[in-house]
Structure formats: C-alpha cells, structure tokens
Design a protein around this ligand. Structure first.
Ligand SMILES: Cc1cc2nc3c(=O)[nH]c(=O)nc-3n(C[C@H](O)[C@H](O)[C@H](O)COP(=O)(O)O)c2cc1C
Length: 343
C-alpha cells in the first residue's frame, strides 16, 4: 500500500513525502520583486515543517511585466544572488524548491491572448526559457509553468478567450502551441534532466470553451516532450473556490487528475481542497495520482506535513475561508497559532 509519507523522486528531485506546497502568492517580495528575509522565512518554515516539495509563488519572467504588489520577479541575472539565498535556506532545511514562472502582461497591463503579436509571443517564449535558466543557476530544483487559473497562458487554451486566427488560436493544437513552445525553450536552455512541471486548468468553470480538450491534449504532448510532473487545477483567479457543481467537497479535481495520470503516465499532482489524509491516501491507492498539493492549509499550519506524520487522523485546520487573501500585510492566515514568543 502506498502512503503519503513514501519517499519518491520526481525526475532528479528526491521527495521525503507526497505533500507539495502549491504556489501561493505571499505578497512579501520587495518593490523590485526580490525575496525579502520575511519571505525567505516563510519558505524556511515550510521546509522545516516537513513539506515534501515547495513550489514558489508565481514569479514574473520579465521586468516590465504587470505585477501584483509583493509578487516575485526574475527579470535578469542580477536577481540570481537573492534567489540563491532562498534556495540555500530551503535546501539546508531539507526540501527541494521549484520556481513557478508566470507571464502576466507588460507595462503594468495584464494581457489577454489577443494582445501579443507573433514577435511578442516569440519573445515571451524566450523569456520563459531565460527565466528558467536563471532559476536553475539560482539553485532551484526545477520550474513550474503557470498555465492555470485564467492567467495569460491559461486563457490561450479557452476558445472563448483565445479568438486568434493565426497558428496560436482556433484548433486545440493551435491553442496549446504556445505552452509547448515554452516547454521546448526551457528544455533547450536548462538541459535534459532539469525538472519542468506545469500547473494547468482542467476547466475554467466559467465561460469555458474547450479547456478540458486542450488540457488533455496539452498534457499528452508535454508528456512526449518530457514534462516531469503535471499539477491539475481548475477555476479562475478571483472567483469563488472551489467552483460550483463539482461532486466532491475535498480533493475536488480528483476525476480530472485521475484521467490525466491515466493518459500520460507522468507524475500527477492534485491540487484544490486537499484536507484529509485518509481521502488522499485512498486516492493514492485507487488512482495513479501520486502527489497532493495544498495552499491555504500551509498558511495556517506550515508544519502540517510533520503534523500529519504523527496525527494522520486530523484534517487540516484550514477553514478555506480565504481570509488569507485579504490581510493588510502579506497573505497570512489570521487564525494561525504561533508558539509562545514568536509572531
Ligand atoms: C493567497 C493565495 C495565493 C495564491 N497564489 C497562487 C500563485 O501564485 N500561483 C498559483 O498557481 N496558484 C496560486 N494560488 C492558488 C493555490 O495554489 C491553489 O491552487 C488553490 O488555493 C487551491 O488549493 P487549496 O484549496 O489547498 O487552497 C493562491 C491561493 C491563495 C489562497
């Protein structure tokens, strides 16, 4: 029987358990997008807390990209030393760490598929590859391409949002071309063995046109290109989570993730309302899903992985209330309890 605490590998990364910290914008980067000591402390807590794999918050690939306040950025090589500090801290605390890469837009404006010219698209593809190489040089164990939640890359997969008539719009094959070309550029720049992950929407759950078809085909093709793991998510940033109409209260995208694991044979990470070890263990043993990513529960309990090792019968304390998104000073859980003397 498989357990959440099996030691496994994703490509060259060794994981001490199957619990993954899903990318979570902390709103703690400095004004240029570099990690602050406080933000590095968040990652250190997660690593000391036993987390199997840590995925950074969405990190913009270019300097002029639209940034949400406090968001990370890796626009050029001068950033590398600051990120080295982060990766060193996490490694010393015992966990591998992957950088999530995102392109939101330019000149402070969020882009949609209609905005870029083909030349822009080529420069964004190159931007992902260059950013991945910087992440590798800074000591990250891999990168994750953010193609979920209605952000730029994810919009390309939705035929209602992507109305382009060139080779990046129209058919499923065209709508996933951008993602595939990004994967190729990253692979070419970082070498054969550097882990590349993708976070992808199974459905937008609103104004959705063809996202599941595009998701399945993208995952099939990325598997052929050597993707290391696929994190299956869904929904649109800024809308209620979990989306309505799903048959489960926990581990809500389990059916989609099961199908992606079946058709690709690649390690699949399920994200979205993973809260109970027994539910995850059951999925682990009845499907090919191999990993479970959590976001909000780790804000309340950064030591949740170690806690579950000792207390597998206790569900996460997270209320899924989203108060963490509305705090005045960083995305923290207002209900988090600190040991005496700490804040
Ligand atoms: C405060 C906050 C910030 C988030 N930032 C990101 C992000 O940077 N990148 C991303 O892919 N998802 C982000 N998410 C979504 C989570 O990774 C995750 O997919 C979602 O919250 C569902 O998981 P959960 O039910 O365990 O919270 C964020 C979620 C929250 C609550």
């Amino acid at each position: 029987m498989k357990t959440l605490f099996d030691e496994t590998c994703i490509g060259t990364m060794q994981l001490r358990n199957r619990l993954v910290r899903s990318a979570t914008w902390e709103a703690m980067a400095d004004e240029t997008g570099l990690p602050t000591p406080r933000l590095i402390g968040v990652y250190q807590d997660l690593a000391l807390g036993g987390t199997g794999l840590i995925i950074s918050s969405a990190t913009t690939i270019t300097g002029d990209a639209a940034r949400i306040p406090g968001m990370l950025a890796i626009p050029d090589d001068t950033c590398i030393p600051a990120y080295r500090e982060l990766t060193r801290t996490v490694h010393d605390a015992g966990a591998p760490v992957v950088m999530q890469l995102v392109f939101p837009g330019r000149n402070g404006i969020f882009w949609t598929p209609g905005d870029p010219t083909c030349d822009d698209i080529q420069s964004i593809i190159k931007g992902f590859g260059d950013a991945a190489l910087r992440a590798q040089q800074a000591g990250f164990n891999g990168v994750e391409i953010h193609a979920a939640h209605g952000y730029f890359l994810s919009q390309f997969m939705n035929a209602r949002k992507n109305t382009r008539t060139d080779e990046y719009g129209g058919t499923v094959r065209n709508r996933i071309r951008f993602l595939r070309e990004i994967m190729s550029d990253i692979r070419a720049k970082t070498g054969e063995s550097f882990p590349i992950l993708v976070k992808i929407n199974c459905s937008d759950f609103e104004e959705d046109d063809g996202v599941w078809d595009a998701c399945r085909e993208a995952c099939r093709q990325l598997a052929k290109q050597g993707i290391s793991a696929i994190e299956v998510s869904g929904g649109i940033h800024g809308t209620p989570f979990p989306p309505e109409g799903l048959p489960y209260e926990e581990s809500v995208f389990r059916d989609h993730a099961t199908e992606i694991a079946r058709i690709t044979g690649v390690p699949v990470i399920l994200v979205g309302m993973n809260r109970t070890p027994a539910v995850m263990t059951e999925l682990l043993n009845t499907t090919d899903i191999g990993y479970f990513a959590l976001s909000r529960p780790f804000l309340r309990q950064p030591g949740l992985a170690n806690h579950w090792r000792e207390n597998p019968d206790e569900p996460a304390e997270c209320l899924s209330c989203d108060a963490c998104r509305n705090q005045p000073d960083g995305n923290v859980c207002p209900f988090r309890e600190f040991p005496e003397g700490e804040t």
